[in-house]
Design a protein around this ligand. Structure first.
Ligand code: NAP
Length: 413
C-alpha cells in the first residue's frame, strides 16, 4: 500500500512508543484515522520517573503524562484505554479487542512493550510482594515505603538499584538479593558495577550477591525471603526487579516472526508489510552497531521507533537514527550511557571514581563503542557524538583530563 492510500492506523500499546507514534504521525501531517489502544487506564505516560521521583512522592500522575489527556481528542486521535487487543486478523486487516469489537486498519503498529517477570517462587503472590512496571504498581508501593520498613529487593538491575536508592532516602532498611555475583551485570562492566555497589553499601544497603531466593515467606503478608543456602532475610515489602519479557503473544498468534522480540527490519517493519513493531517488544538492526539485531529496553529506543514509523507511514524523510542512550538516577548520581558496551575489550577511565564524577569509555579494538558517565555530562555527550558519527579517539587523549572533552571530540576523526 502506498503512503497516500493509508487512511487508518491502529497502534496497539499506549506506552511511550505508542503515544509518541500517534503524536508524530499528526506532526508529520497524517490526517487519517489514528486509534491508540492501551491496557492501562491512563493516557501514555513516562515510566522512568516511576522508580525515581514518583516513588519518592515528588511527582504526581499529571507530571508523568507524555501530553495532557485533552490533546488526544483535540488532535482527533481515538485513545481507547483500559482495553486489550486480543486478536489480529492479518488477512482482513482487523484487530479484535476485548468484548469482541473488530477495528479495521491499513497499517498496524505493535508497541506492546514488555511485562515484568514474576518471581518463580512459592509465596510470590503474597500481599507485600510487588512487581514494578506501571503507575499502578508504583501507587501500590508508595504508601508502604515508610521509614523503618524492611524492604527486600530481588534483582540488582536498574529497577532494583533505583528503588533501593529511593528507599534508603526514605529511611527504609534495604537488602538487595542478586543471583549474579555483581549488580547491573546485564548493563555495565564489573568496574562501574563495583562503583555502584560501593555507593549503595555506603548508603546502608545490604547486598546478598550470588544469592538464590528459594521461598517468599509469610501467611497473608510477606514476612521474609528464604535463600537456598538456608539464610532468611526478614521483609515487610519485597520488590521483584528481575527483568522483563517482551509482550509478543499477539504477534505470535498471527504468525509474525518472533525471536527475542518481534523481528523487524531497520524501518521497524515486521514480516508483514502492513505491520510495524517498535519499543521494548521489538528487535531491529542497530545501524551504529553493524546492524546487530537487538531488543533495546529504553525510552530512546521507543522514541526512535516512533520517529522511524511516522516517517515511513507518511512518506517523509527517513529518520536519521541516534546512537542508543540510557540513563539512571541513584542518590545524587546521574549515570548516562551512550552506545552498547557488549563485546568491549578494554576500558579507559577519565577522572577517578572516588570523586563520584568519572566516565568509563568502552573500546572494541580501536573503536569507541560506549560510555558510562557518572555526573559527567560533557563526556556522555561527546562520546555519544563520536559513536553516532563513527569516529574514535585514542585512549590516551581521553585519559588526559587537562583537555576539555569538547576539544577532544572536535579533533576526532
Ligand atoms: P534487568 O536490568 O534485566 O535486571 C534484572 C536483574 O535481576 C538482573 O541482574 C538479573 O540477573 C537479576 N535476576 C533475574 N532473575 C533473578 C532471580 N530469580 N533472583 C534474583 N535476581 C534475579 O531488569 P530490571 O531492573 O527489572 O528492569 C526492568 C526493565 O525496566 C528493564 O527494561 C530496564 O531497562 C527498565 N528500567 C530502566 C531504567 C533505566 O534505564 N534507568 C530504570 C528502571 C527500569 P540475570 O541477568 O543474571 O538474569
Amino acid at each position: 500500500m502506498s503512503t497516500g492510500e493509508i487512511k487508518r492506523v491502529i497502534i496497539i500499546g499506549a506506552g511511550q512508543a505508542g503515544g509518541e507514534t500517534a503524536q508524530r504521525l499528526r506532526q508529520a501531517g497524517f490526517d487519517g484515522d489514528i486509534t491508540l489502544i492501551g491496557e492501562e487506564p491512563a493516557p501514555p505516560y513516562q515510566r522512568p520517573p516511576l522508580s525515581k521521583a514518583y516513588l519518592k512522592g515528588e511527582y504526581d500522575m499529571d507530571r508523568l503524562l507524555l501530553r495532557p489527556a485533552s490533546v488526544y481528542a483535540e488532535e482527533n486521535i481515538t485513545l481507547l484505554t483500559s482495553l486489550r487487543a486480543v486478536w489480529i486478523d492479518r488477512a482482513n486487516r482487523r484487530v479484535r479487542v476485548e468484548g469482541g469489537r473488530e477495528l479495521p486498519y491499513d497499517v498496524l503498529v505493535l508497541a506492546t512493550g514488555a511485562k515484568p517477570r514474576k518471581l518463580p517462587l512459592v509465596g510470590a503472590d503474597l500481599d507485600g510482594v510487588h512487581l514494578f512496571r506501571t503507575a499502578a504498581d508504583a501507587d501500590a508501593l508508595r504508601p508502604r515505603m515508610v521509614s523503618g520498613a524492611k524492604l527486600v529487593v530481588v534483582g540488582a538491575g536498574y529497577i532494583g538499584l533505583e528503588a533501593a536508592a529511593v528507599a534508603r532516602q526514605l529511611g527504609l532498611d534495604v537488602t538487595v538479593i542478586e543471583t549474579a555475583v555483581r549488580p547491573l551485570a546485564r548493563v555495565t562492566s564489573p568496574e562501574v558495577a563495583g562503583f555502584f555497589l560501593d555507593e549503595h553499601t555506603r548508603q546502608g544497603v545490604r547486598f546478598v550477591l550470588g544469592g538464590q531466593p528459594a521461598l517468599i515467606k509469610g501467611r497473608d503478608r510477606v514476612t521474609g525471603v528464604a535463600l537456598s543456602d538456608g539464610a532468611d532475610v526478614p521483609a515487610d515489602i519485597v520488590i521483584a526487579g528481575i527483568g522483563v519479557t517482551p509482550e509478543v503473544a499477539l504477534a505470535q498468534q498471527c504468525g509474525l516472526a518472533v525471536e527475542n522480540g518481534i523481528v523487524t527490519n531497520r524501518q521497524c517493519l515486521t514480516s508483514d508489510p502492513a505491520i510495524y513493531a517498535i519499543g521494548d517488544c521489538a528487535a531491529r538492526p542497530i545501524v551504529h552497531f553493524d546492524e546487530r539485531v537487538a531488543r533495546l529496553e529504553s525510552v530512546h529506543n521507543a522514541v526512535e521507533g516512533a520517529k522511524i514509523v511516522a516517517a515511513a507511514i507518511t512518506g517523509g524523510k527517513p529518520h536519521v537514527e541516534e546512537a542508543p542512550w540510557f540513563w539512571s538516577d541513584q542518590y545524587d548520581l546521574k549515570l548516562q550511557i551512550a552506545g552498547l558496551f557488549q563485546g568491549y575489550d578494554h576500558i579507559v577511565l577519565r577522572g577517578v571514581m572516588a570523586d563520584r564524577a568519572f566516565a568509563a569509555f568502552y573500546y572494541k579494538g580501536p573503536k569507541l563503542i560506549a560510555v558510562d558517565a557518572v555526573n559527567r555530562p560533557a563526556e556522555y555527550l561527546g562520546a555519544k557524538m563520536l559513536i553516532q558519527t563513527g569516529r574514535t579517539v585514542a585512549p590516551s587523549e581521553l585519559e588526559d583530563e587537562s583537555r576539555p572533552m569538547k576539544e577532544i571530540v572536535a579533533a576526532a576523526r
